[in-house]
Write a protein that binds this ligand. Structure first.
Ligand SMILES: Cc1cc2nc3c(=O)[nH]c(=O)nc-3n(C[C@H](O)[C@H](O)[C@H](O)COP(=O)(O)OP(=O)(O)OC[C@H]3O[C@@H](n4cnc5c(N)ncnc54)[C@H](O)[C@@H]3O)c2cc1C
Length: 416
């Protein structure tokens, strides 16, 4: 059966190889001049290609529609991915948090592995070729119209896989064409928003702290009285607000609340200390330094860039003598340390987002095959679907697993 896979990213390359190995005649088309442009920049150039956890734990780290992925994650588990890549000649290693990488720390080696494998199993790869339209006939796939190096033509196909990714990091080819294809063939789309993305903040003192990186802090978001995010880890201040692993996770879990009325957020600068412990510590520092200015004892508690932020957020006079500090002033310092306020104004844009939240509605896709419920022979895999997860290798595993699931289903169709 003639199969066209659109998009030579993570999902498309995996699907093309597995389908070809199962005996299908596969053409892989990619609008870019090279394979895996986004894969190349993953994991800061090291490619955190999976998280070697059990499928149940994997699903706990998927934020949108984890149940939809139940079948596919079992068709290629994270452990299977590691074994498969090793069998294809990639040496791998697993680091803290079970994050798997190529041993060389080079994402380029993952792409080379795919290039080599595509060649071995005789997938026809067409670069500089853009899919323009999916051609259907009576609810079945007929082909794909493309422009190859600017020249239009039709690729006849019995099966077609859409692996065009989302719209984050558009410079890698994430143009959102897959959404257009899905819509024109009758599929619903859920709202798109940037996820795993930095967050802009209102306060000037936050911006003034740009360059400061805090490890082991708490970050909390509330909507009214309900806590919608609570996490612990690393956070950085930038020229627009905040970023870092903790903030990216918060954007993925509670991004919908950012910029909304009734949303409050704060950083716990000393999560290991209770308010009572902090009070005792402050009292001791104050007793030892009664004649110093407040600003001169803060280095005992906070790194230098944070001291100005704490003073501004608390509204305390930096030149106040310690012996003049009231109980109320001490209470303010404790409040700011445990609840350092940040007003989250907006998520940064798709240009800076690791993934796109939302996409082709999973209600219109068969979770056991990734096939469209409306067009026979049409499959959707990877980030184009309304599925997304936390950082840590989970998003690439979604690409591998949905690709393997579709390839297996197409192979079965061939046998039937
Ligand atoms: C900076 C960054 C770092 C990341 N790091 C990690 C990480 O370490 N671990 C992890 O798990 N996830 C990571 N991710 C997320 C991960 O890269 C994506 O989830 C994954 O690449 C999605 O795979 P995909 O195949 O669905 O889409 P993509 O990899 O985006 O591939 C889609 C391909 O389709 C092509 N295409 C689109 N439209 C057309 C068309 N009309 N015709 C022809 N071709 C077309 C595009 O050019 C592109 O090559 C990272 C993302 C970013 C942006």
């Amino acid at each position: 059966m003639k199969t066209t896979v659109i998009g030579a990213g993570a999902a498309g390359m995996m699907c093309a190889i597995l389908a070809a190995e199962a005996g299908l005649s596969v053409t892989l088309i990619e609008q870019n001049e090279r394979l895996g442009k986004k894969l190349y920049i993953t994991g800061k150039g090291r490619c955190n290609f999976t998280n070697v956890c059990e499928p149940s734990e994997f699903l706990e780290n998927v934020l949108s529609n984890p149940r939809f992925l139940y079948s596919s994650i079992y068709s290629l588990t994270p452990k299977d991915t590691v074994s498969l890549f090793e069998s294809w000649g990639l040496r791998t290693k697993t680091e803290r948090g079970r994050r798997a990488f190529p041993s060389s720390d080079r994402s380029a080696d993952v792409i080379d592995m795919f290039r080599d494998r595509l060649k071995r199993c005789k997938v026809r790869v067409l670069l500089n070729t853009k899919a323009e339209e999916i051609l259907t006939d009576n609810g079945c796939i007929r082909g794909v119209s493309v422009t190859e190096n600017g020249v239009p033509r039709t690729i006849e196909s019995d099966l077609c896989v859409i692996a065009t990714g989302g719209i984050s990091y558009p410079s890698t080819g994430a143009t959102g064409d897959g959404y257009r294809f899905a819509k024109s063939s009758g599929h619903a789309l859920t709202e798109l928003s940037p996820s795993l993305v930095p967050i802009s903040c209102l306060e000037e003192y936050v911006i003034e702290m740009q360059g400061l990186s805090l490890k082991n802090v708490g970050f909390h978001i509330k909507s009214g009285r309900k806590e919608v995010y609570s996490g612990f880890g690393e956070l950085m201040f930038t020229h627009f607000g905040i970023t870092g692993p903790l903030v990216l996770s918060a954007s993925a879990k509670a991004g919908a609340y950012v910029g909304k009325e009734g949303t409050t957020a704060w950083i716990d600068l000393k999560p290991a200390l209770t308010e009572e412990m902090l009070d005792a510590r402050l009292l001791r520092i104050f007793e030892e330094n009664p004649n110093r200015d407040l600003k001169n004892i803060l280095p005992e508690l906070y790194p230098s860039k944070l001291q100005t932020g704490v003073l501004k957020a608390s509204g305390l006079d930096p030149d106040l003598k310690v012996h003049d500090l009231t109980k109320e002033a001490r209470r303010k310092l404790i409040a700011v340390t445990k609840h350092f306020p940040v007003t989250l104004t907006a998520l940064r844009g798709f240009n800076e987002a690791v993934v796109t939240k939302g996409g082709v509605s999973v209600r219109d896709i068969n979770p056991s095959t990734m096939e469209s419920r409306f067009v026979s022979g049409l499959y959707f895999i990877g980030e184009v679907l309304d599925v997304d997860a936390y950082t840590g290798g989970y998003n690439l595993q979604i690409a591998w697993s949905t690709a393997a699931c579709a390839a297996a289903a197409m192979a079965e169709k061939k046998e039937a």
